[in-house]
Write a protein that binds this ligand. Structure first.
Ligand code: ADP
Ligand code: MG
Length: 332
């Protein structure tokens, strides 16, 4: 069981409130991602759950037991950080065994858990190596292995892939998702990368200035962002926003339309514009089109025969149009 509940949890450093009172429930077995821009309070929230920071007020419970006053070691959680913090002079096996040794687990049990963790993480052939003889991805897997053998109630990850190069990040993303499927243990994963959030999460918690902007599945957030912040944060490339008279036509202060929900034509359409920068990705082309409402990013097919300076016409798919009021709240 790994249900985690936060009730009116608030955190201030001195006079500065970084997390206003916040409620959140994480269900047993869920893969929950905290996502938001740098400095929005993701790590602080995770550290409050882990017990590495004290809450200023409010309550945290794990499996319906209050843990607010418990030190980290008594909460049954395992944390994996961006920096792997492995012991360089110890073998992979000894690194993984370390928390079990500290806890005084029988050696036989230690061996059993090391074997299972190594298997789950494809580290079986590397157990005798030192961290210095491993790649960045393998080192991160050792750090995860060290968390697994503790058989925690939940895993807490704080931007664990930030130190890895792009290709490796994609691999590790899949490995962590597979690991979650194998273990079915609750995982809380912090990232500033909305693509990581979208690809890994059962449930995404979007944070902004310490506040929860929205909680939902990746597709709920993509389809029905509750406000302009979430609309602009989730989805890549970003949603286009238009204010003023064009938005007023739709009964809104601002309208939003994603690049993939705009048709482009050389001959006719709703909005006239001029092609500026084109980004050719092979599978898609993103065209930045200058219009009277500002630059609009449009996804076109892989091979488009449009060039810088061409006149084009854009037509938004009205079914996919998002409308916002002056406070940035989504209109139904
Ligand atoms: P994130 O992980 O989303 O980048 P953090 O949780 O690290 O954000 O930080 C949230 C805010 O709290 C930031 O404004 C940061 O400067 C502040 N903060 C974090 N830790 C401390 C601390 N120990 N003392 C004072 N301010 C802190
Ligand atoms: Mg952080």
């Amino acid at each position: 069981m790994g249900k985690i509940q936060l009730k009116s949890v608030r955190k201030a450093f001195g006079d500065v409130e970084v997390i206003p009172p916040l409620d959140l429930t994480i269900n047993d077995g869920e893969f929950v991602v905290f996502v938001g821009p740098s400095g929005c309070g993701k790590s602080t929230l995770l550290r409050l759950i882990a017990g590495l920071e004290d809450v200023t007020s409010g309550e945290i419970s794990i499996n319906d037991t209050p843990v607010t006053a418990l030190p980290p070691a008594k909460r049954g959680l395992a944390m994996v950080f961006q920096s792997y913090a492995l012991y360089p002079h110890m073998s992979v096996k000894k690194n993984i065994a370390f928390p079990m040794k500290m806890a005084g687990l029988p050696v036989e049990e230690q061996e059993k858990r090391i074997e299972a963790a190594a298997k789950a993480l494809n580290l079986t052939d590397y157990l005798d190596r030192k961290p210095g003889q491993l790649s960045g991805g393998q080192r991160q897997r050792v750090a995860i292995g060290r968390a697994i053998v503790r058989e925690p109630t939940a895993f807490l990850f704080d931007e664990p892939l930030s130190n890895l190069d792009a290709a490796l990040r994609v691999n590790m993303r899949l490995e962590i998702s597979e690991l979650h499927q194998k273990l079915a243990t609750t995982m809380i994963y912090v990232t500033h990368d909305q693509v990581e959030a979208m690809t890994m999460a059962d449930k995404i918690v979007v944070l902004h200035a310490g506040r929860i902007e929205q909680v939902g599945s990746p597709l709920e957030l993509y389809r029905k962002p509750q406000n302009r912040f979430v609309a602009g944060f989730i989805g890549s490339p970003k949603m286009n926003f238009i204010e003023g008279a064009e938005a007023a036509k739709h009964g809104a202060h601002a309208i939003g339309i994603r690049p993939e929900h705009i048709a482009i034509s050389a001959t006719e359409g709703a909005w006239k514009g001029t092609v500026g920068v084109s980004e050719h990705l092979g599978s898609d082309t993103f065209l930045h089109v200058a219009t009277e409402f500002g630059t609009i990013n449009v996804r076109a097919g892989g091979e488009v025969n449009l060039h810088h300076g061409d006149t084009v016409y854009l037509t938004p798919d009205l079914e996919q149009l998002h409308r916002f009021d002056a406070e940035g709240r989504a209109l139904a």
